[in-house]
Design a protein around this ligand. Structure first.
Ligand code: PLP
Length: 231
């Protein structure tokens, strides 16, 4: 760990504090309590040292979008006992491996993926990712197939269905996209009342996400600074 603690980014604490203050402001404006919010810091492409520095600043939840990178960091930082959130597209054949370190998978978007996550050593949290675009390659279940996917997840005792997840499309105002997402969340809650979480809101749209009911924010660059090129 000595090497880890030598790493430093003097701006990190300030950026984290300013996002936390921004979250508090958005909650106040929406008449919500910031205790309803889980802030997941997305650390993709950044070294494990940055994740360790975040942990020292009190961060408990971190997000990653690529399995190999996430696995390496989770192993290197196992003693910190962080909650690792997998937020990227997940190949079916990598799913069981991801479930070994992941606290939650936010990108459950097809029945085959649900079925590959049976009989896990410990249950993990599942968010159903909804595709909010017309582009099938973007990841996420088509809204029309959401209920069937929710039923499938509910039938798998290794998954704790938490709710829905989405990335706002670039060509639509985020507030409008998150209103639609709130509607998808209602549809899932009609089947699974306890699955009330909404994973939405990134660096540029988290205030709109909070206004529309988001419970899990996935914020990267506003806190970590610009991402280095992928390894
Ligand atoms: C990278 C990423 C984020 C964070 O994005 P920022 O704009 O850096 O906050 C959130 N969600 C997903 C799915 C991501 O891939």
């Amino acid at each position: 760990m000595s090497q880890l603690s030598e790493w430093s980014d003097p701006g990190l604490a300030d950026r984290l504090a300013s996002v936390r203050a921004g979250v508090d402001d958005a909650c106040r404006a929406a008449g919500r309590s910031s205790e309803e919010i889980t802030l997941i810091v997305v650390t993709k492409f950044h070294p494990a040292e940055l994740v360790a520095a975040l942990a020292e600043l009190g961060v408990r939840d971190v997000g990653e979008n690529r399995h190999q990178e996430a696995q390496a960091k989770a192993e290197a930082l196992a003693e910190l006992d962080l909650n690792w959130h997998f937020v990227g597209q997940l190949q079916t054949k990598k799913a069981r491996q991801a479930a070994r370190y992941a606290h939650a998978i936010h990108s459950i978007d097809r029945e085959r993926l649900v079925d590959s996550l049976t009989e896990l050593e410990r249950p993990i949290e599942a968010f159903l990712q909804v595709n909010m675009t017309d582009d099938l390659g973007r990841g996420g279940v088509a809204p029309a197939d959401l209920e069937a996917l929710a039923e499938r997840a509910l039938g798998n005792p290794s998954l704790v269905l938490r709710g829905v997840m989405a990335v706002a499309p670039l060509d639509e105002p985020p507030a409008r996209a998150f209103e639609r997402l709130a509607g998808y969340s209602e549809r899932v809650r009609a089947i699974a009342p306890e699955a009330s979480a909404i994973s939405a809101g990134m660096t540029h749209d988290y205030a709109e996400a909070i206004a529309a009911g988001a419970t899990h924010l996935r914020i990267g660059s506003a806190i970590t600074g610009n991402r280095p090129a992928p390894l």
